[in-house]
Ligand binder design. Structure first.
Ligand code: ADP
Ligand code: ADP
Length: 231
């Protein structure tokens, strides 16, 4: 894993009357799962997108593993950060294997290494490589798509994983199963994970620490599940 620091992070969208994220400071330790939980519209996705440099902060600083990523080269960022989102974000015109191979290719892995890695990732998320590698996203169930989304995020072995409601679109049983797998994965791979949800039960189940957010990502509480449940 790698530690992540957010310092006075602010995002004001063009035309926004108030900032979507206002002056957020947070220290995330290497190897922990931090959950950002809060109501819809409180700025969770905006915060995650700033860490992944998909949008520019209006002000503030982001450090990942001692490196200021404010002006980092995008390919270098892909080595550091994997990203999985609710809708799975798979490219519909690419097969499962091509989707998973995307970032390893981008960062220059050899063909042989990528081929092995795709199989390894499918195994990891519980999909038989022989059955799934040549399928297109539309030929998968929602839960299978989300597994592929997670496999893709992990493919280039980044120390940091950002997950934005990655299990939001699946039925409760599959969701429970994917949550268990994420916990297992975390124990094996020791990634630093920032996980966004509006589901408090999911936050309690998955988090090493939980940041309870109010409007504009104001941090109301940042503590372990045990401490949050007793307060
Ligand atoms: P959450 O992930 O907690 O639901 P978001 O980060 O998506 O919240 O949104 C935070 C606030 O920023 C909301 O008020 C939302 O309407 C606004 N917002 C999000 N994206 C944009 C955008 N591209 N342009 C303008 N406002 C946005
Ligand atoms: P966009 O689709 O908004 O132009 P990008 O080109 O940055 O975004 O990303 C292309 C695809 O790769 C998206 O579907 C996104 O979900 C995924 N992606 C974005 N950032 C990462 C990352 N750090 N690691 C893995 N996949 C990513």
């Amino acid at each position: 894993g790698a530690a992540i620091q957010l310092e006075n992070l602010t995002k004001r969208y063009p035309g926004g009357a108030v900032p979507a994220v206002d002056n957020v400071t947070m220290d995330i330790k290497a190897g922990e799962i931090v959950i950002l939980v809060g109501p819809s519209g409180c700025g969770k996705s905006t915060t995650l997108k700033m860490i992944n440099r998909l949008i520019e902060p209006t002000a503030g600083r982001i450090t990942i593993g001692d490196e200021d990523v404010t002006n980092i080269d995008p390919v270098r960022l892909r080595r550091k950060v994997g990203y999985a989102i609710q809708s799975s974000g798979l490219f519909p015109h690419m097969t499962v294997a091509q989707n998973i191979a995307l970032v390893p290719k981008m960062v220059g892995w050899s063909r042989g290494k990528i081929k092995n890695r795709v199989e390894e990732m499918l195994d990891l998320v519980g999909l038989d490589p022989r059955e799934f590698h040549g399928r297109y996203p539309r030929q998968l169930s929602g839960g299978q798509q989300q597994r592929v989304g997670v496999a893709r995020a992990l493919a280039a072995d980044p120390p940091v994983l950002l997950m934005d409601e990655p299990f939001g679109a699946v039925d409760p049983i599959t969701r429970d199963h994917l949550q268990d797998e994420l916990i297992r994965l975390q124990h094996e791979l020791h990634k630093t994970i920032v996980f966004v949800t509006h589901d408090f039960d999911e936050a309690i189940k998955l988090g090493d620490r939980i940041a309870v957010l109010r409007e504009r990502s104001h941090i109301a509480q940042f503590d372990t599940p045990e401490a949050i449940l007793t307060n």
